[in-house]
Design a protein around this ligand. Sequence first.
Ligand code: ADP
Length: 540
Amino acid sequence: MQGLMMQQPLLVASLLVHADRHHGDQEIVSRRVEGDIHRYRYRDLAQRARRMANGLTALGIQPGERVGTLAWNGYRHMELYFAVSGSGSVLHTLNPRLHVDQLAYIIEHAEDRVVFFDLTFLPLIESVAPRVKSPKLFVAMTDRAHMPRAHGLSGTLMCYEDLIELHSDAFDWPLLDENSASSLCYTSGTTGNPKGVLYSHRSTLLHTYAAALPDSLNCSARDVILPVVPMFHVNAWGLPYIACMVGAKLVFPGPALDGKSLYELIETEQVTLSAGVPTVWQGLLSHVAERAGTFSSMRRTVIGGAPCPTAMTTQFQERYDVDVLHAWGMTELSPVGTVCSFKAHQRALSGEERYAIQAKQGRSVFGIDMKIVGSDGDELPWDGNAAGDLLVRGPWVARQYFGGDDVPPLRDGWFPTGDIAKIDADGFMQITDRSKDVIKSGGEWISSADIENVACLHPDVTMAVCIAARHPKWDERPLLLVVRKPASSLTERQLLDFLDGRIAKWWKPDAVIFVEEIPLGATGKVLKHRLRDRYGSYYL
Ligand code: ADP
């Protein structure tokens, strides 16, 4: 028997409509690229998003077509989140930290019709534009007074505020199929090119409900949320959508992610909840410690993307009375998978025992099933000891990559995360290692394969292997191990100079170690775990 309830599709635009109707007065505060602070309300966001939706239609953007953004966290980016997805096209957030070659690849692969960019990224856009066939249209996210004059994009460059002013705010959000695509985010491939994760309206809405729950990110209308995690990185962990759903005040930091700027914003805007990777919080904590400051309003911070060190949790909680929510997720998971919030019986535990729990990545958010399996594929027990490949499934987990040009990732309906984990009897998951061959520095991926390929182009290099070595500030940094050609006197400096310009600057390994040989397995594969065991602490 069928249920007799309405078939209301789950759509991204409905979040905005709700925020406009029920929280129209709530503020959105943004630090702009120009350095000043911009303020407006959800009501203004909704109105300008409707104008922009008309603007996109006028530009000829069709449903399903991709619209790129290369932008910081700010109100204009937020407007695009809703104008683009809400009108039926696909918001493609581009990561400005990528090398220009990769950006060009991603823009071409996604066939972006237009790219919106913050002024900071004009030089990047100028380098990318001649390398791509699509798009032929770029929109600077600024007003007429700040439009750049000298540029190599003439004829193809438009002004964001012109698009807003020119178009009416009368726009009816279309009733889309909830399974249609809403946004796209590329993640670094372990091998080969970056892969696109294509979210749907339905997956985004379900993720929003789940991520807002009290034992997840715990967001409400009384919160002032500061997403430090970029809007170009997995939709800022879903916070722009969550804030609309619950009616929270939003504070966007723009490009200023240093400790001083963040602290000023947290205090002046009375932020209650922030979210970011450990590296960002290190900068903030050192700044606050230096000036013997306190947090007058901030009570919770979500830390994820990389393991949160216990020293950081202790400092936040004991010194500043800010609760740490350690979370784990992935681009392929929209991204929230687990959050470390206590169960009732754990409240009585000693401080040390509680910190041991908080070092774990946490328990599954409803909607995400997880399991760990051994090398034979058999499921391992949740005893807190057995470690195996972590597999997940759920309505906001990717089943395939965009373009379909990669091997479908699922194993019997489960998504292999590439993380190695154990799970305890209470269901708390802890990552112990990573089987995927990538390096995560300051919350962003570095592809070891790309660095190896470029290093091997040097005529004196026989073999080059890049591994993730632990780093006190960046969590991980690349370390390059190289076998030189016989009789070569290639130096570390010469090889690093060779890499300059061929890979993104921050991808450059911090050190090169010349070795006699690289350990290989039976099938000729490099035994990276052996190298990690031996050299993984090199930077500590
Ligand atoms: P995000 O940075 O939003 O988590 P990514 O797709 O860039 O998403 O990275 C996902 C990967 O980052 C995970 O598979 C895992 O290897 C690592 N990761 C994410 N969160 C944590 C965490 N809390 N602890 C350890 N590793 C993490």
